[in-house]
Design a protein around this ligand. Structure first.
Ligand code: DOR
Length: 428
């Protein structure tokens, strides 16, 4: 294994230091280090070293839609975005609702070897919302699943949601809920508001999300189990989460980069690249989500990276699948939206430490320090780049940021001492 000497990086927001990476771990940090013969030197003057980012919400599409993404292509996109671990959502084909499928995804992740791929198991059989999936078998499998989610669908039946929470409590699992009361969003195409009325598109009201979150925090309290709320998108949801946390309920929540930056007025041109579920909301919602991420009511940023093949996305708005790419742009978009308020320590907390804790990924989410696994990313805070969909590593092209000039560039990513990205390029 190559020894690396990294010169002059700031660890999160510390002073510049050298780091020696040997045998997969950080051997030493401090000024004026020498790596010994054969050590590869990386000049990190002006760069920031962050704990490898951890994504709680990634759609990798394999098995089933390898034309849109594979475990390998999604892993490469993740590494380029500074990630060292991603949690792969269960809405594949077949659905990841058995030990066999989650083990398959886990093994594909190991084979690709670019990030740790931690499968999420479905809560219900086939995401059908009627019968609990084999949660225990998935937890006991080689993939050791701890997060369960029907994402893309809501576990709408409160009795089933209660049973799922009771079940996973036994092994400290967590139910990650896609909060959407389906009877309030039948046929919905975008946020219900002034823009949807003007465009004549059926609306997805904020209350459809808020009603489920309110119900589920009460269920989580009643059961004494952990609830995680996926892609929070409304100001009202933030207020319910604030109340639940103040009450001591074991709830955590995520926000996506796109909900931190974009509003529903993007639908004006009927470009389906801006169609996503939950939908882009209003400026007041964006303000509330940003504030909640800064003050900690929202614990993490998760990408909801949702690759879609051209024919599923570039069609009339009502027929287009919802979802946006996120892995390669997340850090830059978060920095653009709230970087000055979060600082690098806040970014490390919301994009690495907190998601690693929620997922129970004990090898991840640690600031680079002697004795720790060398699992980190080096970013250039002064760099700017323009998003070119054709240049992305994802197999899909549905980024809402095409042509946008973004701050911050990932320069290198290391997973247990092995570089996955060097000079801003994937090693394989
Ligand atoms: O926009 C979305 N796309 N939201 C979801 O919940 C699912 C996801 C997907 O799988 O494409």
């Amino acid at each position: 294994m190559t020894t690396f000497l990294i010169r002059g990086a700031r660890i999160v927001d510390g002073d510049p230091t050298d780091l020696i990476i040997r045998d997969g771990v950080i051997a030493e940090t401090g000024p004026n280090l020498t790596g010994g013969p054969g050590a590869e030197v990386i000049d990190a003057d002006g760069l920031v070293a962050l704990p490898g980012l951890v994504d709680l919400h990634t759609h990798l599409r394999e098995p089933g839609r390898e034309d849109a993404e594979t475990v390998e292509s999604g892993s490469r996109a993740a590494a380029l975005g500074g990630y060292t671990a991603v949690c792969a959502m269960a809405n594949t084909s077949p659905v990841a609702d058995t030990a066999g499928v989650v083990e398959q995804v886990w093994r594909l992740g190991r084979t690709a070897g670019l990030v740790d791929v931690q499968p999420i198991g479905a809560v219900t059989v086939g995401l059908g919302g009627e019968q609990l999936a084999e949660l225990g078998a998935m937890a006991d499998s080689a993939a050791q699943v701890r997060i369960f989610s029907d994402d893309g669908h809501c576990v709408a039946d409160p009795r089933l949601m209660r049973r799922a929470l009771e079940y996973v409590r036994a092994f400290d699992g967590v139910i990650a809920q896609h909060a959407e009361e389906p009877r309030l969003t039948d046929g919905a195409q975008m946020h219900e508001g002034i823009t949807s009325a003007r465009l004549g598109l059926p609306g997805w009201p904020a209350v459809a999300e808020e009603a489920i979150i309110a119900r589920d925090v009460l269920l989580a309290e009643h059961v004494g189990a952990r609830l995680h709320v996926c892609h929070v998108s409304t100001a009202g949801s933030v207020e319910i989460l604030r109340w639940a946390k103040a009450r001591g309920i074991a709830v955590t929540a995520e926000v996506t980069p796109h909900h931190l930056l974009l509003t529903d007025t993007r639908a004006d041109g009927y470009d389906p690249v801006f169609k996503v579920n939950p939908p882009l909301r209003t400026g007041a919602d964006v303000d509330a989500l940003q504030a909640a991420l800064v003050d900690g009511v929202i614990d993490v940023v998760a990408t909801d990276h949702a690759p879609h093949a051209v024919q599923d996305k570039e069609c009339e708005w009502p027929y287009a699948r919802p979802g946006m790419l996120g892995l390669e742009t997340a850090l830059s978009v978060v920095w653009l939206a709230v970087g000055h308020r979060l600082g690098w320590d806040g970014v490390a907390e919301r994009l690495s430490r907190a998601p690693a804790r929620i997922a129970g990924l004990t090898e991840h989410g640690h600031d680079p320090a002697p004795g720790r696994a060398a699992t980190f990313t080096l970013v250039d805070p002064a760099a700017r780049w323009t998003v070119d969909p054709a240049g992305l590593a994802s197999r899909s092209r549905n980024t809402p940021y095409a042509g946008l000039d973004l701050p911050v560039r990932v320069v290198a990513t290391f997973l247990r001492g092995e570089p996955t990205v060097v000079d801003g390029k994937a090693v394989r």
